[in-house]
Design a protein around this ligand. Structure first.
Ligand code: ZN
Length: 392
């Protein structure tokens, strides 16, 4: 796979970096376009940053797992941060260990150069409106007050990940809703960023296993000259970590000479995170958005596993009135329709719900507790049948 030289352009108030990505294996094409080459691009408001130097670093991260899934060496046209070269060698070894059979360690044909870190104190965090991103804001502010650590200064919302490039209505609604929740007079800079990277990953890279973390890492690199610290939200505490696209082992590998990337923070469970947000920045919950289904452009459908799980955790904390963003409210009736995954690799979803059941019991939510017991019985049988039939 060749990453051709990066170009910078501007149009209609937005700045764009792009590069042609070329598959080298004879007969292989990008399934989305049916071509051997495709342009990969990232754009953002021109007022946020006008880059002066075209660098391949972000593109190399975004294409790393693509090349690994295709089993192609990765050739980079242009110099990249020398410590990122070292980190990518580590990242490949981690992903190969995590997902044996899905990807290979490939040769990296790249030139490293040292770039000194600037004096800026800016901290960037990805901002989707989800629990993890709200926690990053609330917890960073708390740590700043307690220890004098750096607070978040830059919020990055991305179209082209959970919200597709053609879902403009949902994108506009999400942007306006979550940016509107920030307190008046705040001094964080909000940048909306777009990328077509999923078009290149389409049918080659498994999004949950090898996809989304490289996108976050790649976008971070574009802003490395002005934002030397980046937070990527964690999904579970250390004792619940399983092989995943984004983990405390992988995400720091997107660091380079100029920028540190932190997986933030496996100290806290999702329930702990909701508690932190509700305590230190409750207004943020008015924009809470956790749904990835986007069914009919819904902000939160209320009935998918993630919507139900989040509502259950809000109920356990006693905070459901702070987050009125779900189309369907959780009840014992809707909870009975919850679907649990049967695959071994998704076992952590069962762990989340076991913790939730303990929370229901502690709060005396008997109807919800019984509804969940019904779901566990049903899916324990289904899971056993699927595994007897040879599934894993
Ligand atoms: Zn949903």
């Amino acid at each position: 796979m060749i990453i051709h030289p990066v170009e910078i352009s501007s149009a209609l108030g937005r700045c764009r970096v792009s590069a042609t990505i070329e598959i080298e294996t004879p007969g292989r094409v990008f399934p989305k376009t049916g071509t051997r080459t495709q342009e990969l691009w990232i754009d953002w408001p021109e007022s946020y940053l006008k880059p002066t130097e075209a660098r391949p670093d972000g593109f190399v991260i975004m294409c790393l797992t693509l090349a690994m899934c295709l089993g192609e060496r990765l050739q980079v046209r242009g110099a990249m941060s020398q410590s990122l070269v070292l980190n990518l060698l580590e990242a490949m070894a981690i992903y190969k260990h995590y997902f044996l059979g899905l990807c290979e360690i490939v040769d990296l044909d790249a030139e490293g150069e040292f770039r000194p870190r600037g004096a800026s104190a800016r901290v960037g965090s990805f901002y989707s409106g989800g629990v993890d991103s709200l926690y990053n804001i609330a917890e960073s502010a708390r740590l700043h007050r307690e220890f004098g650590t750096l607070p978040i200064t830059d919020l990055w919302l991305i179209q082209g990940m959970d919200i597709a490039l053609d879902q403009d209505d949902l994108w506009e609604k999400t942007k306006s809703t979550i940016f509107a929740q920030l307190p008046a007079g705040h001094d964080m800079i909000c940048a909306d960023i777009r990328t077509n990277v999923r078009d290149l990953h389409y049918k080659i890279v498994d999004w949950e296993k090898l996809g989304f973390s490289v996108v976050l890492g790649g976008i971070s690199k574009v802003f490395a000259p002005i934002v030397p610290n980046v937070l990527i939200g964690s999904y579970a505490k250390y004792d619940k970590i399983v092989p995943h696209a984004s983990s405390p082992l992988v995400d720091p590998m997107w660091s380079c000479d100029e920028q540190s990337v932190r997986h933030f923070s496996c100290r806290a469970s999702r329930q702990d995170k909701i508690e932190t947000v509700a305590t230190h920045a409750p207004y943020l919950l008015q924009g809470l958005r956790v749904c990835h289904k986007n069914t009919g452009g819904a902000y939160n459908c209320g009935v998918c596993e993630k919507c139900m799980r989040t509502q259950a955790q809000l109920i356990i904390g006693g905070y459901q009135q702070l987050a009125d963003t779900f189309d369907t409210e959780l009840s014992s009736k809707t909870l009975r329709r919850l679907k649990l995954p049967w695959r071994w690799e998704n076992r952590f979803t069962w762990d989340f719900w076991r913790d939730i059941q303990a929370g229901f019991r502690e709060r005396g939510e008997t109807d919800l507790d019984h509804a969940l017991s019904h779901v566990f019985r049903k899916y324990t049988v289904k899971r056993a049948v699927r595994r007897c039939l040879g599934g894993r």
